[in-house]
Write a protein that binds this ligand. Structure first.
Ligand SMILES: [Fe+2]
Ligand SMILES: [Fe+2]
Length: 492
């Protein structure tokens, strides 16, 4: 009778670990956000200011709560990550600013870890924040963290300690580091796109230089390691469809342009054009843009004006380049279809530019696979590719579609699949060997009985067992929501 008991114990242990992990992820993030707010307000206002006092109250409350549950609090930097009591915190759009700021302040002070013990009080937290503020501004010296530690002790801060970083940076796996770098590029690109589109919407001058830098970041990253950034386009659970869509189309287009042999400078151009392909939508009223259900004829007319509204908008953008000629062409042509049956209607025969053909494919794929207001169930990626490839009325250039399939595989990263072992898995990366397009590397995320595994484990479907058989094979593609799976959970 030991087995069921052992099973139950194991199950409850797993549960405890997961709950602790979940709590720390949440409370840890909260801690960094309130620390950041305290830091910022103390930088701007004197101590007695209400906002500063409120920020310190929040910091104190969050710290107390964490200590009540965890008894100790350790914030450790490791490479590009922040760990709170050995739980790695996620970097996402909401906390990007606070995380990167805290990371840079701690680094500037030479700190690898901060420990807070039970017995700390509000006064000590306040002292700590003020000291960080003044040390963060000082020039870096090898002994800085020790000086700071001494200073903390001298000022009566007995329950907060700082440590130098461990020498583990090199241990950090390269792939992890690349993934994190990709995530930062992605988050930054979405943030600047949002800024620019919102400025245009409000009739303010937009800072196009920032966008240019973001696009250069995307191109560089795609040239160095195409996979990590393309994989991030599956993180579509942000509410901000307009901005993530532009960034996704930019990433797909650049990766596609690279496959088709464009030069780096051409890729910069293509990336800018792709990022701004829908810029005309910033002149479409939000009620029409975000309308649920069908559009009236009049609303369609407005919506279909976005290509040429885009051209007009680009005329007004300063700092884009000489004249954003390619961007204008792409904005104008991306819905035309290669047989010119799309919109705007062309009176004369014309050949779409290769940039427009590339952006059209990237655009079509991202739009069909995303969840939006008027499309609650995204279509599975393999179906979208099949349709693009097989239905000429969609109007995509076959050579470009072929290159796209080559780029992302038949089962694109993020596709949810059922295996012949009854396990459910998520495609992790395409197989480097082209003869194995049907056998990508997947992350198995459920047991054969359907119990969810987090984080699951990786399996290379092209690997044979000792008898020379494939232990796992994809049976079909499925909708992750059916199994309660949130695909983006497995990519962070
Ligand atoms: Fe469009
Ligand atoms: Fe689009």
């Amino acid at each position: 009778m030991t087995a069921p008991d052992g099973g139950a114990r194991r199950a409850s242990m797993v549960e405890t670990v997961q709950t602790t992990d979940g709590f720390l992820r949440h409370a840890g993030r909260e801690f960094l956000v309130v620390l950041y707010t305290a830091f910022r307000s103390l930088k701007l206002y004197p101590l007695e200011n209400n906002q500063v006092q409120k920020a310190l109250d929040d910091l104190w409350a969050t710290t107390r709560h964490l200590l009540e549950v965890e008894k100790e609090l350790e914030v450790r930097l490791q490479g590009e990550f922040i760990f709170v009591n050995s739980t790695r915190l996620r970097l996402d759009l909401d906390n990007y600013a606070s995380f990167s700021h805290i990371l840079s302040v701690l680094r500037q002070c030479g700190i690898g870890a901060v420990r807070v013990d039970e017995g700390v009080d509000r006064k000590q937290l306040q002292q700590f924040v003020s000291l960080l503020l003044s040390y963060g501004a000082k020039e870096a010296t090898p002994n800085k963290v020790h000086e700071l530690g001494q200073k903390l002790a001298d000022s009566g801060v007995t329950h907060i300690g700082v440590e130098a970083p461990l020498e583990t940076d090199e241990d950090m796996e390269d792939s992890e580091r690349q993934k994190e770098a990709a995530k930062r590029t992605y988050a930054r690109s979405v943030a600047v796109t949002k800024e620019v589109i919102n400025s245009i919407r409000m009739g303010r001058t937009a800072n196009v230089k920032k966008v240019k830098r973001a696009v250069q970041g995307i191109v560089d990253q795609v040239l160095n390691n195409e996979g990590s950034l393309v994989g991030l386009t599956t993180l579509r659970d942000y509410d901000e469809y307009t901005f993530t869509h532009s960034v996704n189309v930019c990433i797909f287009s650049v990766a596609l342009g690279r496959k088709l042999g464009l030069s780096k400078l051409q890729l910069y151009d293509l990336g800018m054009a792709a990022l701004f392909h829908d810029v005309g939508k910033s002149r479409v009223p939000l009620e029409v843009l975000n309308k649920e259900g069908g559009l009236t004829e009049e609303e369609w007319r407005i919506m279909q004006a976005h290509p040429w509204l885009g051209v007009l908008t680009l005329f007004g953008l300063r700092g884009y380049g000489e004249i954003p000629y390619r961007g204008m062409v792409v904005a104008y042509e991306h819905h035309m279809k290669s047989d010119l049956t799309g919109y705007p209607k062309s009176l004369r025969e014309r050949t779409m530019s290769i940039y427009s053909k590339i952006v059209a494919v990237a655009d079509g794929f991202d739009a069909a696979t995303s969840r939006r207001v008027y499309q609650t169930t995204p279509i599975q990626p393999d179906q979208v590719l099949k349709e693009m490839w097989e239905n000429p009325r969609r109007g995509y250039d076959p050579v470009v579609v072929k290159a796209f399939v080559n780029l992302i595989g038949i089962y694109p990263v993020g596709t949810c699949v059922i295996l012949d072992t009854y396990e459910v898995a998520i495609v992790h990366s395409a197989n480097a060997d082209v003869s194995h397009v049907h056998r990508p590397v997947v992350r198995v995320v459920t047991t054969p009985d359907g119990a969810l595994l987090q984080p699951g484990f990786l399996a290379d479907l092209a690997q044979r067992d000792e008898q020379g058989n494939f232990p796992r094979t994809i049976v079909k593609v499925t909708d992750p929501a059916k199994y309660g799976i949130n695909v983006s959970d497995y990519f962070v």
